[in-house]
Design a binder for this molecule. Sequence first.
Ligand code: PLP
Length: 431
Amino acid sequence: MVDPSLVRSNQVVDTFQGSSRTTAEDNGVRKYIEKISSASGLPKPLIALAGGDPTGLENVHPPAVVRDKLTQVVHSSNYNFYGPSGGLLTTREAVARYYSASCSVPLKAEDVFICSGAAGALDLVFASLCNPGDNLLLPEPGFPLFRAIANALNIDCRYYQLDASHHFSIKIDSIREAKNERTKAIVVNNPHNPCGHILSLEEMNALVDVAKELKLPIIADEVYEEIILEPDSKFISFLSFADRVPVLKISSISKLYVAPGWRVGWCVLGDKWNALEDIRVVMKRLSMRLIFPCTLVQAVIPTMLENAKLQRQQVVESIRQNAITFQSIISSSSVAGLEDISIPQAGLFLFVRINPSCLHSLTDDVVFVDKLLQEQAVGVVPGQAFGIRNYIRIALTTTVDNIAEAARRLIYFCQAHPHSLASSSPPFPQK
Ligand SMILES: *Cc1c(COP(=O)(O)O)cnc(C)c1O
């Protein structure tokens, strides 16, 4: 409150207009996360399954050796200095080593930029490739963070399509159609959030071919690279195509290493022909502006990567268990309205198709999600936040008890909205 005595009666107090770098539609997922966490007057304890934060899993944490290392690093006082832009050399070397087997060209420390999470890496890469008014090709449906970052940088977004009726495979022709003279890169998200599929080798080959044809580099967001839920599915990094097309691979410790709050991610450049030389210079200069991330956490990354295997098993096992639990409860109920509850190939989410024609008064995914929150206190994200109607995204990053309870509530919810001709129109029209 402004003290009234300080405001002279004849003074007009100006208000200040924010910039237009962001719109209300940007990053729709976080909007739902906030809406759900602030919901009041719910009939039951809230089960929030909107955000994919793996710290919600039961008893899954960074391993003790990693936590001990962080304590040591803090007590040593050796990591309190301003870190070099691009990251600590030992951290960049560790990341380069970690991916050297999956990359078709040799990786050096200078090919790695340590950033503030995958989000920071995307921001750095987008800003280094594009001037205002240039554009990027993004997947639709897809993760809305791409658009939020592009908008803030005045980069236009153009969309290529994933085919919902064919396991969300990429419609390659739609990439050609979306490209114009100001397109700077193709953004691929593999494994895909929210759809949970992994690109096959054939699809990757087709994508690399079209990138070569259009003379565009590939920005590959691979943050779910090791969270493979279907034992027969195989993930291949786009780095293995770096001998054919320039690749900017993005990943982070947030999902697999269960430490999203530590804010460490990276961009790895796979660039056989040195086509990204100038981009690299810009990335280096731009990363001098903010100098990220915190050196204490960077110093722990080599230990984290060395202990990746145990971590991977724990995360994958809990997510898979949650997916199976959810699927078996829903399918044993034979409730109408929920379709395609298959276990995703990868990632942290179920992406379930809903059928509004089987559900009374639930006209689309947005209405479904709002009423599900109000009536059953389960928070999920509607497909429209990702650019597709009549899907809901359910995060599997919680306890197995919560997942089971959420599945039961979803069944009650659908049963409470039966589609019955009798309730909407009389069975025998009078005249
Ligand atoms: C979670 C997520 C990110 C952001 O990861 P951070 O490392 O936490 O910044 C980026 N891309 C996708 C597809 C994600 O799901």
